[in-house]
Design a protein around this ligand. Sequence first.
Ligand code: CTP
Length: 400
Amino acid sequence: MKHIVVGVSGGIAAFKACQLVSDLTKKYEVQVIMTENATNFVHPLTFETLTGRKCLIDTFDRNFTYEVEHISTAKWADLFVVAPATANVIAKFASGICDDMLTTTFLACKAPKVIVPAMNTNMYDNPITQQNIQRLAEFGMHMVEPVSGLLACGDTGRGKMAEPAVIEEAIEMLLPVDKPLAGRRALVTAGPTMEAMDPVRYITNHSSGKMGYAVARVARNLGAEVTLISGQCGLAEPYGMKTIQVKSAQDMYEAVTVRAEDSDYIVMAAAVADYTPADVSDEKMKKKDDDLSIQLKRTKDILKSLGERKHGGQVLCGFAMETQNLLENARKKLEAKNADMIVANNLKVEGAGFAHDTNVATLILQEELVELPLQSKEELAGEIWKKLVEIAAKKEGTNR
Ligand code: CTP
């Protein structure tokens, strides 16, 4: 398990740090360090109960097993996050002041650092604070910017601490793990498309977007510069990537096409409609006594068009969701669309398919077939990227 140190300084957003710490303990070993002022907002016992570890506050605490604690904690950390970071603590970090446990450990720590500012708008916008933030960024620290909204002090503006889920994503992105996609561009599509019949109605499908979003997130964590092209699925836009929202299959085709050339990897996880209404009525269609037939026409097959234009080392991956003859149909797709890999999943298998957080898939390559067990969509995304990186390495070898 990776080790995360969470620094909590004295602002009202310290209450949100409790949720952050609780969430982090599900995936990591967590050590909390509080400033003296932070203990006015949240009792250290809260963090101690959540982490199962003594909360560090006082540099000269005599109640300890002998260790120079700020140094040992600094070395223990795989990543250091400070949430909330007040204007005061940011100013101390920026000028190397170490006058308590948090600031000394921070200065002694060489791990990646994530700073999550939270304060009154005027304090945040003050050029002194902005310059301090700028300085920390120049030292390679990552800022998770505050959001705008109604602040605890009654003012409205920038200064609200980012939500724990967003901070967690920044942590995932910055954790020091092997980054085989560093310097690579990945284009990922996700979610359903919406095909309008009239200004009120549309045809869509059950895609939740979860699989494609997991593929995009894992690519980001592995170091890729990610563009996510998303159908309307209502999921929060992932942190640390560019997300482009689209509606129809045609919108998705256009958004993908302009970015395809520059992408090293393209993963088409979206459930793109194969058909769209032949005529879209400008006015709302009124019901009649008779039944209604709608003429549908084919949409452009995005994956196929990408396969036709695939260049050099580019790696192209599609998905196949079938209810019968899974492997045979998926293999046909691999050939017909000139893809390097198809992720095939059978909608009828327990735990696979739409809306679930899990999936059961088989990876189909030209000369290989990898059957994977039931696993989370995140884990499956990890397996997908492992294979795609292998394919890219092979291509690189043959192109040399
Ligand atoms: N796809 C696409 N453009 C479309 C339709 C699908 O790029 N207009 C992509 C999907 O993102 C997915 C793969 O193609 O990666 C799915 O292949 P497809 O042949 O469309 O499968 P189905 O929609 O299941 O169609 P079929 O009836 O042939 O099984």
